[in-house]
Ligand binder design. Sequence first.
Ligand code: ARG
Length: 239
Amino acid sequence: MKKIFKITKILVMIFLLNTITQSKTIIVGTNAEFAPFEYLDENKIVGFDIELVQEIGKRLNRPIKIKNLSFDGLIPALQVGKVDLLIAGMTKTPERAKFVGFTNDYFVAKQVLIVRKDAVEPKKVEELKGQKVGVILGFTGDLIITKIPEIKSEKYNTIFSAIMALNTGKVDSIIVDSAPAKSYVAENKKLKIVEIESAEEKYAIAGKKNSPLLEEINVILAEMLKDGTYDKIVKKYFK
Ligand code: ARG
């Protein structure tokens, strides 16, 4: 009898230990319309950010589940707990930092303009006064342009639909992050990229404010930089 008790006790302890250490899935929100950071390849969400966060999951010993949402729905989804983290080429801004916590940055970007090949090349945003600029809803480019009342802006839900509008002459230019601009223009022979004076933007992973997970990720990001994993992923997506 005593022996049975002992065995049961051991079994219960093993069960408890297992549940405690059992790796809980991390749900990560993204917006897969931002190649090469996140995009759909035959219905599969892939890209630089996706690979980065999968590797983070591996090192945390927790499975990663990716949820594809609209970009302007990402921060609200995090706030209501629908997702645990956001990775979406998201620029760390003071405004967003009021609502979410950010990790250290993992990528530096700039805003550029996409124009038709025959267009004169503006050098700075101020030169766009009187023109119609396509912006993507909620992106930092949208926030920059909307602050200047003399510039008319048209809002689009995706880079793709903004590019269609540019191709058909509905807008004179589009403002968007440099790396995605390159990847979308590569498929559009009639368009070109114009560099403008713009501030550096730093991409970071977002989580709930004060979440301990953010600190754990910072440690992993530093490790990945040191051991070459980060560079390997960069090489794969930025040729
Ligand atoms: N870096 C810009 C921002 O934070 C654009 C990010 C868009 N990302 C995306 N996955 N759609 O506003």
